[in-house]
Design a protein around this ligand. Structure first.
Ligand SMILES: Nc1ncnc2c1ncn2[C@@H]1O[C@H](COP(=O)(O)OP(=O)(O)OP(=O)(O)O)[C@@H](O)[C@H]1O
Ligand SMILES: [Mg+2]
Length: 275
């Protein structure tokens, strides 16, 4: 049995797998999200970038069932849905590795991956079954973990991030949201996580990659969406914008993204990944 179900991910329906339409969310007086349109398809890595407090994690939390929007709609596979709780997100095939995700240091890899949703019957833990399932997912995404029985305290920061991602994949999600997955990693560890993201895309997942590291984003994303002050400034296929274009949009140096005055711009408006 494979825990990443190829049948589920092999034949995406036309249109985005998951979308926000006109979504707003206000915390007291703070407009964390304002009239946000956003979408992700299967087999696609969408980078979500922006300054601190731009609204990236809030967008992720709306899609994860942590926050409910104050306006707008969420569309999953063409159907309007609400995501009132994290378990609803799981049922819709949305898994998130949060920015502040922590693992239990005293537990091994397999136990961490199943923490809170252990396989058991009549109060007996199915340890072997969990270890096999954990190893399968880690192998499928090419994670470099020596053994599922290693305590996570013995793993590098990069390996721990791989375990956090593999944990999210156990639920066989269609969409995986990664909030700053490489922010505390070395160059080598970052490369491993980027490899893992590419592998996940090849397996069919749609991936939302939130990152401050534009080199990472440029290395793996098909499309980049820029947020500023709770709004989506614009989006473009990654191959058709430069590092400088993205920085200018993030900082507000340009009001349009992609920049309209360059020859590149005429090729990118409305285009989608893979075109
Ligand atoms: N639970 C909350 N209560 C009140 N305000 C919040 C809450 N969560 C987020 N905010 C506010 O919403 C805005 C967007 O925050 P968010 O965490 O989404 O930004 P971000 O783009 O993820 O930033 P960073 O790059 O620093 O992670 C910020 O002004 C933040 O202070
Ligand atoms: Mg954040």
């Amino acid at each position: 049995m494979t825990y990443l179900d190829p049948a589920q991910l092999a034949s995406p329906r036309p249109g985005p797998a998951l979308a926000l339409r006109g979504v707003s969310l206000t915390f007291g007086g703070v407009h964390a999200l304002e009239d946000v349109d956003f979408e992700v398809s299967l087999h696609e890595v969408v980078a979500l970038v922006g300054e601190n407090a731009a609204g990236k994690s809030t967008l992720a939390k709306v899609l994860s069932g942590v926050y409910r929007p104050t306006a707008g709609v969420i569309v999953s596979d063409g159907v309007e849905v609400t995501i009132p709780s994290p378990s609803h997100a799981t049922r819709l095939g949305i898994a998130t590795v949060f920015q502040e995700q922590v693992l239990a240091n005293n537990l091994d890899v397999a136990s961490n991956m199943f923490l809170g949703h252990e396989l058991n019957s009549k109060f007996v833990l199915h340890t072997e079954e969990m270890e096999t399932a954990a190893a399968e997912v880690l192998e499928e995404i090419g994670a470099r973990i020596p053994s599922v029985r290693y305590p996570v305290a013995h793993l590098s920061a990069g390996q721990r991030q791989s375990v956090a991602i593999a944990r999210a994949l156990l639920a066989r999600p269609r969409i995986v949201i990664l909030d700053e997955p490489t922010s505390s990693l070395s160059v080598t560890q970052t490369a491993d996580i980027l490899d893992l993201i590419v592998k996940m895309r090849s397996l069919g997942h749609g991936i939302i990659l939130i990152s401050h590291n534009l080199a990472d984003v440029q290395a793996v994303a098909d499309r980049v969406v820029v947020m500023r002050h709770g709004r989506v400034v614009g989006q473009a296929p990654m191959s058709q914008v430069t590092y400088e274009d993205i920085i200018a949009a993030i900082t507000g140096a340009t009001r349009t993204f992609p920049p309209q005055e360059t020859p590149r711009a005429s090729r990118v408006v409305g285009a989608s990944a893979g075109e």
